[in-house]
Structure formats: structure tokens, C-alpha cells
Design a protein around this ligand. Sequence first.
Ligand code: AVJ
Length: 322
Amino acid sequence: DAPDPLLERLVDHRPGRAAITADVLAGLSARPRALPSKYFYDARGSALFEEITRQPEYYLTRTELALLRQVLPEIAARVGPQARVVEYGSGSGRKTRLLLQALGDVVAYTPVEISRTALVDSVRALAMQFPAIEMLPVCADFTALPPLPPSRRTARRTLLFFPGSTLGNFAEAAAVSILRGMRLAMGPEGLALIGIDLDKDPATIEAAYNDVAGVTAAFTLNLLARLNREIGSDFDLSGFVHRARYVVPSRRIETSLVSRHAQVVRVAGQAFGFERDEAMHVEYSHKYGDAQFAAMAAAAGLRVGAAWDAPARMFGLRLLQP
Ligand code: AVJ
């Protein structure tokens, strides 16, 4: 085969079997037990997430897309020409397309995405649509970001794009440290465009994580299938059920896999006993209030330069600056 310029340039920092095993052993030894949500995103997990975004109950993606379409001209005016765009958790690249179109003359685009399949597919499509933009993909967990590859052309500023309320998957301290990392990565002239889900009626939020078609449940359980395949664990997929509840005082969805009966799971030669109804935590999805989000940004040395909310405060975009 001819060498593939895209694959040759891809910076690959994917967590390997040893790292995943260590994370899983640590999570299973903790109380309550927990598994990291970043491992949802193998090829099948990323595809299932795309299917979640098409469920009627999952308002987040379509609301954010509509809001982006509406306010991107204003954002582009604030960002100005010749920006370098770095996106955290770029997924399918659907929102990226709108952003790159609105910005016009972007110098380079660096998607940071833990799913290699999603990354390669999306960058290939974006490279066709935007031949003038240098594509510098990084396959990594964005909380452990390797140094970014240098771009050929010098950029006037860096724009970090972090849509989807993916920040909400992190507990507050971890979210602040991600924002702090963004502050360092963007430099003094930089900006960050962040999508956040806003606190609202609990029933609406809870329905989004319990779609009737069961796609979210399949997405959650796929985590166990992925671990069985990649680290040789023996989770029984029919022995666990998906549970997602909105915890009002914590302003977050807490998703767990609940053991249907007493059982033993083996991972890397170690045995872990589960009790009946024992919950293993797998994901948070935080929903923010305005003051709370501004305080988190401030704790990271950032301020909210501009804010846009979808109708009925269903979702928000925030432009952060040092
Ligand atoms: C990837 C962060 C947008 O937390 O809403 C969707 C992941 N999990 N349904 C979210 C997810 C269950 C999602 N984000």
C-alpha cells in the first residue's frame, strides 16, 4: 500500500493494555467501585455515542449544534483570522465542520481524541473538505496531553474547542485542572470555546440518559465488552444493568452498572466479588449553573468573555480567555 500521510502524521498516545489494566484494577479495588468513563470510547462505543445523539430524549447535541449555527459568526469575529484550532474529544467532527467553516482561514487543526477509529475517520473527511488546513491529529486522553505537534504556518492565536459538555464528565477538581491545562495550552492570546449543559428540570435530564430505545444502556454495557476483549476480564454483560440518576444537590447525572446478583469478576488474575445490587460508578455528567461555571473558570485563571445560551437555557456555550 502507498504510505498514508494522515496516519504517518498521527501522534499516537493511546492508552495500552497495561495502562487500562492498572486503571481497572484500581477502580475495582476502590469503594464504591468505579471504572473510568474514557474507556467507553472504543470504535463501537464511539458509534453508540453517535446513535445516542440521534435519540429524541438526548437534547444535548442537537441543541448545541443549533446554538453553534446561530452564534458562530460572532465567535469567528472574536477569534479573528489565522487561528490554530485544538479540539478536545473531537468524536465524529460534526461540530468541527461548522467551526472551521465559520472561522475561514484556520492555520492548523489538531483533534485530540481517544478513539483512534473515530479520529482517523473524522480527520479524513475534514481533510477532504478543508484542503488548506493542516491536519495534525493526536490520539490521546486529553487529560494526559502530549506536546502538540508544531504547525507549518504560524498562528495568530490558539482556539481550544471543547464542545459536548464533555467537561461535565469530570468531578469539579478534575474539571478545574483540565481548564488549568487549557489555560497553559492556549497561551496569553488564546481563547477556549466550551460547551456546557445547564442545570434544568431533573426529569428532562434524566430522560436523556435513559432513552427508551436502550441505546445509552448498550453504550454503558459496551464498556464491559471492551474490557473483556482488550484486557481479558470476564465481566458477564447480562449480570449488570445500566442506571443513570440525576442527583439534584450535586447537579450531575451519576451513571452506574449495578450487579444483578452476587458474582465474581476476574481481571488479570485477581478476583473481585460483587454483592447483589452493588453499584459500580462509570460516569458523571455535570450540569452547570452560571455562577458555578464562572467560579470554576476563575479557579483555573480564566474568565468568561462571552456566553450564549440556547432557548430555555437548554445548553450553553462559553468563550473563555486568560
Ligand atoms: C460525551 C459528555 C457528551 O455526558 O452527555 C451520553 C456522554 N454518556 N450519554 C454526556 C454520554 C451517556 C456525553 N458526552
